[in-house]
Design a protein around this ligand. Structure first.
Ligand SMILES: *Cc1c(COP(=O)(O)O)cnc(C)c1O
Length: 224
């Protein structure tokens, strides 16, 4: 089941890449395991999952203990500053930095263990009040402040599109994040370009890839 689902998702990613005239290894798949058991995660890894995405640090701590570093772990959900220590210990990429305070806390905890923590800035492109993420116009200031920290490396931007069964409704949101990223890169030095665009979930990843996503976060389409 999981193996079949994973194969089907991988094929759909490849097809979207072909449609967008991009090589298929351009897009990395984060298998979101927030609703999966340890057994199911094991099955996903055996079927080729290389990156696991968790929503909550507490859940990741338990699953990481059982599974270890057979795959790499990404935090895709919101991070509270008081969980930064555990997060830095487990995750190779944190997708959800949305304040200078949080960036500072991650930097401090990463420095403590001699790590440079890769992070993405989560941007609330859709402007929904219920969503985490910094507003697009404030992203420049966050980057400017966070650039001073030595123990975080900002690799790119992440967004969550409004939930809908129609991926076309998500498309403008994806396009806006790509535009913001390009605008930011126009002002950044060569060695500090933002390369990662984390956007697209089970319902809308094909539209996201067509709009330039190179990291999709997929749960339900794998563990349904
Ligand atoms: C749950 C979740 C996903 C995966 O969503 P699906 O619809 O299950 O593919 C992706 N990103 C974030 C931030 C999530 O919380």
């Amino acid at each position: 089941m999981i193996a079949d689902n994973l194969r089907s998702v991988t094929q759909r990613i490849a097809a979207s890449c072909a449609k967008a005239r991009r090589p298929e290894d351009d897009v990395r798949l984060v298998v979101v395991t927030k609703k999966a058991s340890v057994e199911e995660i094991g099955e996903a890894i055996a079927s080729g999952a290389r990156i696991l995405g968790e929503n909550r640090v507490q859940d990741a701590v338990i699953k990481h203990k059982a599974i270890g570093d057979r795959a790499s772990w990404h935090l895709v959900g919101h991070l509270q500053t008081n969980k930064a220590r555990e997060a830095v210990r487990i995750f190779s990429l944190i997708h959800s930095v949305d304040s200078i305070r949080l960036a500072g806390e991650i930097d401090k905890e990463a420095a403590r263990i001699g790590k440079v923590q890769d992070v993405l800035v989560q941007v609330n492109v859709s402007g929904e009040k219920t969503k985490y993420g910094i507003e697009p116009a404030a992203t420049f200031d966050l980057l400017k402040a966070a650039d001073l920290y030595r123990n975080i490396n900002i690799c790119g931007l992440m967004t969550i599109a409004p939930e809908s069964d129609d991926p076309e409704l998500a498309r403008p949101c994806f396009r806006a994040l790509k535009t913001l990223r390009d605008e930011i890169n126009g002002k950044r030095p060569e060695d500090r370009k933002l390369t990662v665009l984390s956007m697209g979930m089970s319902n809308d990843f094909e539209a996201a890839i067509e709009e330039g996503s190179n990291m999709v976060r997929i749960g339900r389409a794998v563990f349904r």
